[in-house]
Ligand binder design. Structure first.
Ligand SMILES: [Zn+2]
Length: 353
């Protein structure tokens, strides 16, 4: 295991961020190269725990000469976010200085301009330097996995339709409950990587990218960080890597994904029409039918008729749920994966800011 560091100078004196990157060299140059990062949203650490255990397995594989393709791993990809504590609470999603989401505003460039990402880096603030450095490393690979998690959530992934159904082996290996098929129309890390490949020849768009993969994996919820889950997920990624021939393990046979693969247009984003105290009637993993009572919101506590009911707009699988129990008006309460498009028109890109 080769260890290097991405070093990012802070925007104020006396600060320097150091981000370890681990490399396992493969012995077959024809085998796909892999890049895996976790905790780009710095408060989402199920992937960090997963990668801790995966690295242990990869060190063993290295000692027996079982690694065919190069594997690069950044288990804690965002030291800037990890250091942001605001009134005692970690703020890992948005950069406090610029209010930008750490997983948005990645540069949309062609693969052939990869090296421009790290030219004259001192022109950019620290968060942009971080994004450019991560993207530069990732674009050296063929398969890119960005490990996140949701709030209260099943195991699922955002996968650009350009990589589907080839990526169903990843969904099977990680025992995903659902796959959300995205349109590739955002500046999130995973979609910026896909963009660079799609426009490898500028002006010519490749709609399908065989042999490539760039996904956002949502490893359940933010508090689903336990040894058994992390080890099982590390085994899952190991199965994926073995099935793709990146590591040699004859005992692994490919499995098939039987869960739902749902376009983002078919996700019902359940929002609270008013502020109030949330009483959920349904949990993640439940299948609901149209009209089922999802939540009661107590909008005027103690008053007659002081609550409202939130009902399912159509049948589907509850994939995520907020952990907040006091919500603001328009707050996201749930994502429900459905077989029909939502009646609410979605703008292209990601489901959430
Ligand atoms: Zn995230």
């Amino acid at each position: 295991m080769d260890v290097s560091e991405i070093i990012i100078p802070g925007d104020t004196p006396g600060i320097e961020w150091r981000l370890p990157v681990f490399r396992f060299k493969g012995d077959d140059p024809a085998t796909p190269k892999v890049y895996i990062q976790a905790a780009l949203h710095a408060d989402e650490v199920p992937g960090t725990a997963l990668l801790h255990f995966l690295c242990e397995k990869l060190r063993d594989a290295e000692s027996t000469g079982s690694i065919a393709g190069d594997i690069t791993i950044a288990p804690q990809a965002n030291p800037i976010g990890a250091a942001q504590s605001h009134f005692g609470e970690l703020q890992g999603r948005f950069d406090l200085g610029s209010r930008t989401n750490f997983n948005r505003d990645f540069p949309l460039i062609s693969l052939r301009d990869r090296n421009s990402l790290i030219e004259d880096l001192d022109r950019y603030p620290a968060t942009d330097q971080l994004k450019r450095q991560l993207m530069h490393v990732a674009l050296g690979a063929d398969l890119v996995l960005d490990l996140h998690c949701d709030d209260e959530s099943l195991q699922y992934a955002y996968i650009d339709e350009a990589f589907w159904p080839e990526a169903s082996d990843l969904a099977a290996a990680l025992a995903m409950d659902a796959v959300l098929l995205s349109d590739g129309e955002s500046s999130a890390f995973e979609e910026a990587i896909g963009f660079a490949w799609k426009y490898e020849v500028p002006g010519e768009r490749h709609a399908h990218l065989p042999g490539k993969l760039s996904v956002t994996v949502e490893l359940r919820g933010q508090r689903d960080v336990y040894p058994h889950m992390a080890k099982a997920d590390a085994e899952g990624l190991w199965r994926f890597l073995a099935a793709r021939g990146i590591i040699r393990d004859e005992s692994i046979s490919p499995s098939t994904f039987a869960g739902p693969a749902v376009p983002l247009d078919n996700i019902e984003m359940i929002r609270s029409p008013e502020s109030g105290t949330v009483l959920f009637h349904c949990n993640i993993g439940e299948e609901v039918t149209e009209g089922d009572l999802l939540a009661t919101i107590i909008t005027r506590p103690g008053m007659a008729h002081g609550s409202i009911e939130i009902r399912a707009p159509q049948a589907g699988l509850i994939v995520t749920r907020t952990s907040d129990r006091l919500v603001r008006r328009r707050a996201d309460l749930m994502k429900i994966a459905c077989s029909q498009p939502s009646g609410i028109v979605r703008k292209a890109g990601t489901l959430e800011d």
